[in-house]
Design a protein around this ligand. Structure first.
Ligand code: SAM
Length: 242
């Protein structure tokens, strides 16, 4: 039986990859990629010639069966995502579950850890994130309003992922629900982490939104949004945890 190795890859800067990850990508029989073109850039950079197979959120049973056959034949597979650690807001977790369910306990899955956008963001925003609630991408429609209300009401800091199309919308929604609840949160937007235009924006949602909207380039790229747990109750004079 082959081994499935779940490999963390950079979230932007191609140098953010471990020696073990590079060796694994070189030595595997195949690399399972969310988007083979994205992973090809990384592989070309490190002159890795391992053949790739696409595995993404729309991959069906046939593709999973093909992957399971390869493992049964003794092929070692590396699973990567477009950015960061497979299984965090991407289809990686689904494949790991399917393989585990089909192949049972004799089958080995190894982690080759690397960066993730949320831990990278937490590492540079400062105190207040010893514990947090990670919600990944909010649903676009059904359930979105409920989750936004939960974010506003949360006693824990909350971290979400947003695409460039929705970062401003998300902040506008936060402002609306803050008004309804009579609270103001501290927001941090971490944009384009590890890349040339890496930037952090701190402040109230309205302030952060204004900073992003000052220049349309600020709304480009990839975003992690962190919502601190400190609530400002408008009826109270100070910020407080409870
Ligand atoms: N598996 C990934 C991880 O380990 O973080 C995340 C994959 S998810 C499909 C992609 C989202 O992660 C983006 O929409 C963005 O919210 C966040 N992200 C990825 N790279 C980022 C970066 N360089 N800067 C800020 N956010 C990033």
């Amino acid at each position: 039986m082959g081994i499935l190795r779940v490999v963390g890859t950079p979230i932007g800067n191609l140098e953010d990859i471990t020696l073990r990850a590079l060796r694994t990508l070189k030595e595997s029989d195949f690399i399972l990629c969310e988007d083979t073109r994205v992973t090809r850039r990384l592989l070309d950079h490190y002159k890795i010639q391992t053949p790739t197979i696409s595995y993404h959120q729309h991959s069906g049973e046939l593709k999973v069966d093909k992957i399971l056959v390869l493992l049964k034949e003794g092929k070692d597979l590396a699973l990567v995502t477009d950015a960061g650690t497979p299984g965090i807001s991407d289809p990686g977790g689904k494949l790991v579950s399917e393989a585990r369910a089909a192949l049972g306990n004799n089958f080995k899955i190894e982690s080759i850890p690397g960066p993730a956008a949320l831990t990278t963001a937490v590492s540079i925003v400062g105190a207040g994130f010893d514990r947090f609630l990670f919600l990944g991408f909010l649903p676009h429609k059904k359930g979105r309003q409920t989750m936004l209300k939960e974010i506003i009401a949360s006693e824990y800091p909350v971290i979400v992922y947003e695409s460039k199309h929705r970062a401003a919308k998300f902040l506008s929604e936060i402002i609306k629900f803050e008004k309804e609840a009579g609270v103001e949160k501290e927001i941090i937007v971490a944009r384009e982490l590890t890349k040339m235009f890496e930037s952090l924006y701190f402040g109230k949602a309205i302030e952060v939104l204004e900073s992003l909207q000052i220049d349309s380039n600020n709304l480009k790229g990839e975003f992690v949004i962190l919502i601190k747990s400190k609530l400002k109750d408008k009826n109270k004079a100070q910020y407080g945890e409870e």
